[in-house]
Design a protein around this ligand. Structure first.
Ligand code: FAD
Length: 319
């Protein structure tokens, strides 16, 4: 089973899925299970696990020298996917990025996934590392997600980088990619962004998961725009409940998205995280009920590892 087969089998029904983050390095995998357990009663169709590349930090050394050190704060994406699939029997979708990988390293990561029986991937370019303003691909890596999709598709056809491998086994990955109802922040405009999205689909992608949005009309317009451009794959809306005062500033700045007036008017009056959670969860329920009524294939929740709010939303929408 994989994501696209699940979506196709359940046509007409809105499915439930969610995304989690690997725990910080040094923490236990139990924290992942603790965030998944409360959501299992809603029968998730698949669980995504994000990928976090290295960051550079400067560590103070003797005589005032600073050493630039590369660290990965949240490793473990592949291991977590395998562990979840094994423990819960749910399809897991590891996120795989171009950033930080040569084509050879990508191939080796794909072989690991294939051997583990993980047949789904969300293929992404990745953001720039925190100390750089623009995305810099690895010397021997990919500059855009479409190139990563092309590499995965080649492996699905049994083509590895080393052409001399005898009888190479084809992989069987179902590939999803990201889409942006409010445009990717680097794109000159939405038309061009959707043209590039179409390139990814034509390279062999089965479905799209959207960036979070808070105005459903933006999603509906995006789907229509995609259909006009000949993109016919399922487009899964991504929903995030706003739950802290920090989110109010962080989300528009980081994800380059707007809050609609009605939501903004409620959020400006919030003084505590509890007040924000009340508004944010109610908004996510309202959004999700409308999306479900319009027959979206699945609603994908960005939990950020905090399942209580997603649980309350799922109860109201899928319970
Ligand atoms: P691309 O599709 O490569 O697009 C990047 C930009 O380049 C866009 O502006 C696009 O218009 C343009 N472009 C695309 N193709 C071409 C081309 N051929 N020529 C010229 N321009 C082109 N990041 C992580 O690091 N880890 C994660 O786990 C993660 N998960 C995510 C999950 C979802 C659902 C979403 C929506 C995003 C996620 N991200 C993650 C963030 C993502 O990596 C960033 O948004 C990144 O900046 C763009 O990734 P992309 O795959 O959309 O890139």
């Amino acid at each position: 089973m994989n994501v696209i087969k699940t979506l196709n089998q359940n046509k007409g029904k809105t499915l439930f899925s969610f995304e989690i983050l690997p725990p910080l390095k040094g923490k236990r995998i139990q924290s992942i299970y603790d965030s998944i357990d409360p959501l299992m009663e809603f029968n998730p169709s698949f669980i995504n696990v994000t990928y976090h590349r290295e960051e550079f930090v400067y560590k103070k050394r003797e005589k005032g020298f600073l050493e630039k050190v590369s660290i990965r704060k949240r490793p473990g994406t592949v291991g977590i996917c395998a562990a979840i699939q094994h423990k819960y029997g749910v399809i897991t979708v590891p996120h795989l990025t171009c950033g930080g990988f040569s084509a050879e390293e990508t191939e080796n990561a794909l072989i690991d996934l294939h051997f583990l029986g993980i047949n789904d991937i969300l293929a992404l370019r990745g953001d720039p590392v925190k100390t750089e303003n623009t995305f810099v691909p690895d010397d021997k890596g990919h500059a855009y997600a479409v190139e990563l999709v092309q590499q995965i598709e080649k492996m699905n056809e049994g083509q590895y980088l080393d052409e001399e491998i005898k009888d190479p086994e084809p992989t069987n990955f179902c590939i999803g990619v990201a889409g942006y109802p409010e445009k990717h922040y680097e794109a000159m405009n939405l038309n061009l962004d959707i043209k590039y999205l179409k390139q990814k689909i034509d390279a062999g992608v089965s479905y799209i998961v959207t960036q979070m949005f808070f105005d459903n009309q933006k999603y509906f317009d995006f789907v229509e725009h995609c259909r006009q451009e000949g993109i016919n794959v399922p487009i899964i809306p991504g929903i995030k409940p706003i739950t802290t005062l920090k989110h109010i500033q962080f989300i528009p700045k980081t994800f380059h998205i707007d809050f609609p007036d009605e939501l903004t008017n409620s959020l400006v009056n919030c003084k505590t995280n509890e007040e924000v959670t009340k508004v944010g969860v109610a908004w996510a329920i309202k959004q999700s009920l409308e999306l479900k009524e319009k027959g979206v294939p699945c609603i994908h929740f960005y939990t950020m590892g905090k399942s209580e709010n997603t649980r309350n939303i799922a109860k109201a929408v899928f319970g």
